[in-house]
Design a protein around this ligand. Structure first.
Ligand SMILES: [Zn+2]
Ligand SMILES: [Zn+2]
Length: 399
């Protein structure tokens, strides 16, 4: 069978809107924190089963994976990823579908993502004779703590079948409905948590010469780290090095043994990241030695690489968007230093990560993600379903 036209996909997605809204509001009323998405995952798994997918639950604790083969093989397996978790925030939006769980709220739009994912799964199932390869839907837990993708990968989500391409999305509460953001290359930064321990030798504050002061040393390290972005990194590239905590000492007249610093490194580019990591270690260890201390840098295990879209696949999404009813603007430049763990999937199987405008109000009057007043425009949902379905069929190939 021939592939449905974009007009047809738009029509089918629009007809689905009441169901998309109903599902999203149900998830919104029953938000669940990272790795506790039990109710959400149950609904997702049941629906995917009804649609004829081969469903596996409990992948990465509460993740759901659903596989369907199209007609004919191209050797491509497309991983379609949607996140499901909410945030520890008390909702301040007064809507009939307000969170029923005190202190937990869908304040990032993952309720909409889950509903959109089920919509795309329905359209893909309906047209399975017109696309090739394998569609592999991944409903992921714990994005907000940057742990769900890694947990699912540890549980084998990248095997049987092994994905060759990735497609994913995020709604955007600031940009207008009808606008999408689809940049080539990195659109969200990689994040590396870092910890520094400066080891000195404690002594009386009145006799510093009898010990080695880690507080003075930590201060020198902190200032010297600022030279990495200003002096080592190409001014046309981006990086952030933030030290967000310093702890050391217990009283004004005691020189302590140690000082602990924690921070984060944000980068888009693998070479910039590697260089910044090397310079952080050199400056920390070298400064410490020069002042008589020793120091160690430890990189956190829950790092995440930059969210990178392959230019070839980003172009597929932009091309599909350009002919789609309701899409009025395609922005191919926007980026953020925020992080997203879909990066792990995009690193394993290159693809595209698209941001979909979902603002409720006029520019300047919208709440950011993670705000207790966060809202999204549900008109964005059928648009997302149509765009992702059209892009998925194109990425998988077919006649
Ligand atoms: Zn978030
Ligand atoms: Zn999010």
């Amino acid at each position: 069978m021939t592939k449905p036209t974009r007009e047809q996909l738009s029509r089918e997605s629009d007809e689905m809107k009441p169901v998309l809204v109903e599902r999203r509001r149900d998830f919104h009323m029953h938000p669940e924190l990272a790795f506790n998405e039990v109710r959400t995952a149950g609904i997702v798994a049941a629906r995917l089963g009804e649609l004829g997918y081969e469903v596996t639950s409990g992948v990465g604790k509460t993740g759901v994976v659903a596989v369907m083969e199209g007609s004919g093989g191209t050797g491509e397996t497309l991983l379609l990823r949607f996140d499901m978790d909410a945030l520890p925030i008390r909702e301040q939006v007064d809507v009939p579908f307000k969170s029923r769980t005190d202190g937990i709220m869908h304040a990032c739009g993952h309720d909409a993502h889950t509903a959109i994912g089920l919509g795309v799964a329905e359209i893909m199932a309906r047209h399975k004779t017109s696309w090739h390869g394998v569609a592999k839907f991944v409903f992921q837990p714990a994005e907000e703590i940057i742990a769900g993708a890694a947990a699912m990968i540890k549980d084998g989500v990248l095997e049987n079948p092994k994905p060759t391409r990735t497609l994913s999305m995020h709604v955007n509460s600031i940009e207008p409905v009808g606008q999408i953001q689809m940049a080539d290359g990195p659109s969200m930064a990689g994040g590396d948590p870092l910890e520094i321990v400066v080891q000195g030798r404690g002594t009386h504050g009145a006799s510093p010469h009898l010990g080695v002061d880690p507080i003075v040393t930590a201060a020198h390290i902190l200032v010297a780290l600022q030279t990495i972005v200003s002096r080592n990194i190409d001014p046309l590239k981006s990086a952030v090095i933030t030290v967000g905590s310093i702890h050391g000492g217990s009283a004004g007249n005691i020189v302590p043994d140690t000082v602990h610093l924690t921070g984060t490194l944000r980068t888009f580019d693998a070479d910039v990241r590697k260089m910044a990591m090397r310079r952080i270690a050199e400056i920390t260890e070298g400064t410490a030695i020069s002042l008589g201390c020793s120091a160690t840098v430890t990189w956190g295990a829950n790092r995440v690489p930059a969210t990178v879209s392959h230019p070839k696949f980003a172009e597929v999404v932009r091309l599909q968007a350009s002919g789609l009813q309701g899409i009025t603007e395609i922005d191919s430049t926007k980026r953020t230093m925020g992080s997203e763990d879909c990066s792990w999937f995009l690193e394993a199987a290159p693809g595209a990560y698209v941001h979909i405008g979902a603002a409720m109000r006029a520019p300047g009057a919208n709440e950011p993600h993670h705000s207790p007043r966060f809202e999204i425009n549900e008109d964005s949902m059928p648009l997302a379903v149509a765009l992702l379905s059209a892009s998925a069929m194109e990425l998988l190939g077919g006649s």
